[in-house]
Design a binder for this molecule. Structure first.
Ligand SMILES: Nc1ncnc2c1ncn2[C@@H]1O[C@H](COP(=O)(O)OP(=O)(O)OP(=O)(O)O)[C@@H](O)[C@H]1O
Length: 640
């Protein structure tokens, strides 16, 4: 709700409307209080946030100046100036960038544009406050587009005088004490740009000292590629880091630049970086980083955050066209001489040069990660643990690079300790000579897979089984199909040949339990596709397998979770010819196919196989069957 300030006698009529007092959006008030109260320990970052906004505003001005004829020209060279006044206890941060219109001021400085930010901040701020992790809290500010509000950590009042480059924009004066409301009035600024005056709180006087401000600039904003002057003296290095030769950039500079582009917290370092300069078929330079931690919105598939520059002019802040979807965890900068400045977001879709850049970046990143996995396996492990789930998506969406991505994949396996993961290459290298295929089992947890009856025979033969516990794995194995010419085989599917196929033994086994097989078949009827003697069981009496080509339990579960219609395919029930239960059942059925316990035993063999897969179809029925079995067993025991 807007509230008009009462007209004052001095207010000039019509030409300049009176100041209007407006409330902050409710969310902003809460964010403000979080920012001011939880993050006090690291208040110096307020400057980084304001300088970073000024630098973005200069980037936008450059872009507008080059692409539109109707905007007001920038006055002088693009620059950021900081003026300190110890006596007045103020800091003034001024840029001659794009500026803001009245509507933009109200929108940008009175609301939070990114929905869900408050909830996220709130839930994390609590935890962060408890853990005293001030740096983590600061990181949050940067990620959620609430950086400007950090000014209120040090200022009792903030004045923003701004004028947009857009045609006919009026100067605007925004002012707030950071508690509940702000006022917007017509300002006096003559040229495009923004001037922010912070009236510092009593205890923030240190920020009027030039040495202190210069120190903060060097720490956080050295790479801003516009000059930042403090009381007239340029205080940053201004290097477009990505255009320097690789060897000239130090790790510390990378870390600083990474923090600059990601809004990272003090001391945060990227896990890995890729610095490339390519000339053909398209010219570009890229400086890309893998962060230490996955951002909260990693699984939002449209969230990509690489800055795209054309000839040093920022075109898009969050470009989703220079890296494929499965590399969306990369942060950084791409700058190309071959892009036209006139490209709009829509035209970017079609841009041929951009497609070539994407192809090159994909190739370089996959190659770089492979090298990292070989030279620094521990670092790569961290990358995989944070981003593997996303990277893996690539196998099914990027046909051309699927083998390169498969090389980067890591999985748990039966023979690997729980905390460790192996590559497909390692799996293949460890295969005994008799093993011809790569075996895997999909499911929801390692624990569940470890207990699965399907792995028994593999364990006995010393064949390892990959454990795939993430939904995306189903797509990975299906698209990949084979690795190094070895087929990937689900051990819960089809007829498994463990390389020692002994037709005679099989026949004998089938023959031995022939009566059990037909008795169980008769009882279960349409509920199963088939009943047969098993070659994969050594301990359990029964298990269910999917017919070759059918979806499998895990995939059906995932599809249902995704809201898709996945009718349960009928499965094959396998019986273990060595199991005493099966042997007895066979003997009994042979003697008297209508003997009373046969039905009950068959039901239970089926139900226990379902249970082993984590499927409880009808718990009441299962309990009834167990009860009936106990009655029979106890009667028999007493009769003896
Ligand atoms: N100096 C400035 N010149 C022009 N616009 C500005 C300036 N400072 C802030 N703004 C506008 O206000 C918006 C809000 O700024 P704020 O720092 O809160 O978030 P952000 O910059 O969008 O996100 P982040 O802090 O994560 O980079 C900016 O997106 C920008 O549009």
């Amino acid at each position: 709700m807007t509230q008009e300030a009462p007209p004052t006698p001095e207010a000039p009529p019509a030409a300049s409307p009176p100041a209007v007092e407006m409330p902050f959006q409710a969310e902003v008030q809460q964010v403000l209080s979080l920012v001011i109260n939880s993050l006090y320990a690291n208040q110096e970052v307020f400057l980084r946030e304001l300088v970073s906004n000024a630098s973005d505003a200069l980037d936008k001005a450059r872009f507008l100046g080059l692409t539109r004829k109707d905007v007001t020209e920038q006055e002088g060279e693009p620059a950021i100036s900081i003026q300190l006044d110890d006596e007045a206890r103020t800091i003034v941060i001024e840029d001659n960038g794009v500026g803001m219109t009245r509507d933009e001021v109200v929108q940008n400085l009175g609301t939070i544009a990114k929905s869900g930010s408050l909830e996220f901040l709130k839930s994390h701020a609590e935890a962060l406050r408890a853990s005293q992790d001030k740096d983590g809290a600061v990181k949050l500010i940067g990620q959620f587009g609430v950086g400007f509000y950090a000014a209120f950590m040090v200022a009792a009042r903030v004045d923003v005088e701004t004028r947009s480059m857009l045609p006919e924009a009026e100067p605007v004066l925004w002012r707030s004490g950071g508690s509940g409301t702000f006022t917007v009035a017509t300002g006096e600024r003559a040229h495009p740009g923004t001037k922010i005056t912070l009236h510092l709180k009593e205890d923030a006087r240190e920020y009027t000292k030039a040495y202190r401000i210069k120190e903060i600039i060097r720490k956080y904003s050295d790479f801003v590629h516009f000059p930042i002057s403090v009381n007239g003296e340029v205080s940053n290095r201004k290097a477009a880091l990505w255009s320097l030769p690789k060897s000239q950039v130090t790790e510390e500079q990378h870390a600083e630049f990474f923090r600059h582009v990601t809004g990272g917290y003090e001391g945060e370092k990227p896990l890995w970086h890729l610095h490339v300069s390519i000339d053909a078929p398209v010219q570009f330079q890229a400086l890309l980083y893998v962060p230490e931690k996955a951002p909260p919105d990693l699984f939002q598939r449209d969230r990509r955050a690489i800055r795209l520059y054309a000839k040093r002019v920022l075109i898009v802040e969050d470009c989703d066209k220079v890296a494929p979807i499965y590399l969306r965890f990369l942060r950084g900068v791409v700058d190309s001489e071959d892009l036209s400045l006139n490209v709009s977001r829509e035209m970017l879709q079609e841009d041929k040069a951009l497609k070539q850049i994407e192809t090159q970046i994909t190739k370089q990143v996959l190659k770089g990660l492979k090298e990292l996995s070989e030279s620094e396996p521990e670092t790569y492990k961290k990358v995989w643990n944070e981003f593997g789930k996303v990277l893996k998506e690539g196998v099914s969406v990027d046909w051309k690079n699927k083998d390169a991505i498969a090389d980067l994949c890591r999985f748990g396996s039966m023979n690997t300790p729980e905390a460790e993961l192996i590559s497909l290459k390692q799996y293949v290298a460890a295969m005994p000579e008799s093993q011809k295929e790569i075996y895997y089992l999909t499911g929801t947890s390692r624990r569940g897979l470890e207990k699965s009856p399907h792995i028994e025979a593999f364990k006995k033969r010393g064949y390892d089984v990959l454990f795939m516990t993430e939904p995306v794995d189903e797509w990975v194995v299906q698209t990949l199909n084979e690795y190094e010419k070895r087929r990937l085989r689900s051990i819960a599917h089809g007829d498994i040949d463990l390389g020692e196929k002994d037709e005679k033994a099989d026949e004998k086994a089938n023959e031995q339990i022939k009566s059990a097989v037909s008795a169980v078949k008769a009882t279960l009827g349409e509920r199963v596709k088939d009943v047969r003697a098993s070659r994969r069981l050594t301990d359990s009496a029964s298990c269910l397998v999917a017919a070759e080509g059918d979806l499998g339990v895990n995939m059906e579960r995932i599809m249902r979770m995704m809201g898709e219609d996945a009718p349960q395919a009928k499965r094959i029930l396998e019986l273990n010819p060595e199991s005493p239960i099966v042997k007895n059942l066979s003997a009994l059925a042979e003697k008297d196919p209508s003997a009373e316990p046969i039905k009950l035993w068959s039901e239970l063999l089926y139900e226990q196989a379902l249970l082993a897969e984590g499927v409880v179809v009808d718990p009441a029925k299962l309990v009834q069957h167990i009860q009936d079995l106990l009655v029979q067993a106890s009667n028999a025991a007493v009769a003896r």
